[in-house]
Design a protein around this ligand. Sequence first.
Ligand SMILES: Cc1cc2nc3c(=O)[nH]c(=O)nc-3n(C[C@H](O)[C@H](O)[C@H](O)COP(=O)(O)OP(=O)(O)OC[C@H]3O[C@@H](n4cnc5c(N)ncnc54)[C@H](O)[C@@H]3O)c2cc1C
Length: 477
Amino acid sequence: MQATRIVVIGAGAAGLVASRELERRGHDVTVLESRRAVGGRIRTHRFGSVQPGPLVELGAMRIPGAHERTMALIRELGLGSRLRPFLTLFSDDRTFVHTAVGHVQVRDAPPVLVQQLRSRLPAADHREDTVRFAAWLAASATATAPADFAHAMSDDVLRELLTFVDGIDVRPYLGTRWSGGVDLNTFFTDHSRAAMQHGGRLLSFFADMAAETSLPLSRLTGGMDQIAHRLAAGLRGDILVGHEVVGIDVHARGVRLIVRNGAEVTVMECDAVVCTVPFSVLRHIALRGLHPDKLELIHDMAYWPGTKIALLCREPFWQRDGIMGGASFTGGVVRQTYYPPVEHDPVHGAALLASYSIGTDAQVLDDMDPATRTSVVLDELSAIHPQLSRPGMVREVVTRSWGQDRWSHGAAAARWGKDPGTCEDERLLAARPEGRLLFAGEHCSSYPAWIEGAVESAREVVRHIRLPAAARAGRIG
Ligand SMILES: Cc1cc2nc3c(=O)[nH]c(=O)nc-3n(C[C@H](O)[C@H](O)[C@H](O)COP(=O)(O)OP(=O)(O)OC[C@H]3O[C@@H](n4cnc5c(N)ncnc54)[C@H](O)[C@@H]3O)c2cc1C
């Protein structure tokens, strides 16, 4: 496909990376973004106006070391010196994990988790190492998977897993991070082929989970939104914020867009369009000229809700308990609680990511009115952090429900649990161009729910667009 002037819909990671790559190849790009700001699902919330001050990531917050495109992008943008280790679930042994006997600190968890597993599968006769490994894996899965995925860790899957693990020397993966901990990510990297042969069911479930709890993970000091801001600042073309695309018509010569900016509605005729709008939003836009199978996928693609509730606390009280970062698996409706680093004068308070949930767990919180939601979260979290009940400890509460967000209608495309072949078929169809309408975004990638996916899809989409001969000869516009 040849084009010079290209419109990109969406100024999230995919739209901004695609725009950057297209401009590098000599195209003129205009970005249309419905929100008033760039970044999409990369959203850093800053409490107060003092900088540096307390901040919390309401969207993307960590980058797995294996996500090479994202790491390379960060370095290209001059942000490499701002990368810091991201401490996650089970990273800090003073954080808490929810078990059958209540909340225990991670350092005390291994025997409890092993006992929990043995009581689930009393007849199972496996090596001690195998049981310890599987106990940790089951705990990680319970902590990261939404409740409707609990069945993925059914007794059948556990038995399958134990048998699989029995055939492997798991000692190199045990105890590398703290006594009792398990290096899940290295294990899945080393044994993905075997796990695949053993059953795609195991692999599809564990791959994402391993990425979430794997080390190294990185964060950006000063906020993940620097990625979007640096990308935006580097573009030559316009980024028109507050411009919502409400209609897309694919025809023989290009693509017609209906764009609303406040009360004003305009029609734009475009050589080519790169659409990074999540399908959960796209299905509410008037679409013409697309093939029925594509329309079907746009309407049917599953999305997970995802909700984060953050608190501005008077002080980082958790540090007095020895928690210097990482996350607790709190169970209940709170699910995961993260302790962001305090890299500013603590007089301005400290941010606590009180609750991070996805899927049905997020839906439970979304269905509550804001006051009930706040009190439920505070009550639940006070069981492990009684300091939260002290007068004046919580100064501010901020909630971001991505499921209820008009421009996302979900946190991420949900391919978890599908077999690898089905995932790839869905990806190919999602990314398939329709005439001069091209598609990018995490939902079109092999890393859904990650920035890596947005970047991968953006790099992929620009390969479909070539400059016409005149432009290659330097005669563009
Ligand atoms: C809670 C949460 C936690 C996450 N954690 C991580 C993490 O730790 N690490 C990680 O790598 N990834 C994480 N992700 C995923 C990551 O944020 C996304 O995969 C990535 O940012 C998606 O980028 P995108 O460009 O595909 O989509 P988006 O960022 O959604 O960009 C699409 C853009 O299109 C705009 N738009 C929508 N409709 C229209 C319209 N009609 N007209 C014009 N513009 C429109 C939107 O406003 C948006 O800006 C997380 C996501 C969430 C929600």
